[in-house]
Design a protein around this ligand. Structure first.
Ligand code: DX5
Ligand code: ZN
Length: 221
């Protein structure tokens, strides 16, 4: 599919939101396609954010579906509960999963989309046979752990190779990028074949959050 015809989804990350006003911060992004929820365990990544009880609360009040990104050790054990909580999609890290095929199937059985993430330095090639098990592949464009980092251009060739593999396999897997996505960098990722864009600081750091979402959509086209 040509880049102009490809759908484009914007997923603001609440990592950069004001956690004390979370419900209002969720309402502010109601024009986005989904809310990206970063779960970090201070083990897989050197930071700690939020866990299942907060995600359940977000699920209750969010006007848009939840895209849960688990940056945690042992997702085999912990990820299914996020699907049970009603998340539209649950992303585990390939580097952390012991049995990624089993986990992807479990997530789907529980009614969620199954998604797998790769850190910037993890090659995509060893995982291409897993594409039929996945609804989304997330290529990190920063080292996971913190918002506000700069987009790693070194990942762009991997986005291009993943897009070619997805198209060759039939083209139903969403290709998400996460980290450093701004109106400046989104074009690079879109041109390489990404179709789903996570943006934390460039959305919540903006004066007008809804305008920032529209600006990203426009810049991706
Ligand atoms: C980083 C998180 C990202 C983060 C992106 O580990 O996975 O989702 O919120 O933030 P920005 O868009 O500021 O790079
Ligand atoms: Zn994320």
């Amino acid at each position: 599919m040509s880049h102009a015809a490809r759908p484009c989804a914007i997923h603001p990350s609440i990592l950069s939101a004001d956690f004390m006003r979370l419900e209002a911060e969720l309402q502010a992004i109601s024009t986005a396609d989904a809310v990206h929820v970063d779960v970090m365990d201070n083990h897989f990544v050197p930071n700690l954010t939020l866990g299942l009880p907060i995600v359940q609360g977000v699920q209750r009040v969010s006007p848009i579906p939840l895209d849960v990104h688990l940056m945690i050790a042992d997702p085999d054990r912990w990820a299914p509960a996020y699907a049970e909580a009603g998340a539209a999609s649950v992303t585990f890290h390939a580097e952390a999963a012991a049995a990624p095929i089993k986990l992807a199937r479990t997530l789907r059985e529980l009614g969620s989309k199954s998604a797998m993430a790769l850190r910037p330095a993890t090659p995509v090639e060893p995982f291409l046979d897993l594409l039929p098990e996945l609804d989304m592949l997330l290529l990190m464009t920063v080292e996971p752990g913190f918002g506000g980092q700069a987009f790693l251009e070194v990942v762009v060739p991997k986005i291009r190779r993943a897009r070619a593999a997805i198209d060759a396999a039939g083209g139903t897997v969403a290709l998400q990028v996460d980290g450093g996505v701004t109106t400046q960098t989104i074009r690079m990722a879109a041109d390489a074949g990404a179709d789903t864009f996570v943006a934390g600081s460039s959305v919540y750091g903006a004066e007008d959050v809804a305008a920032a979402i529209e600006g990203l959509r426009h810049a991706a086209r």
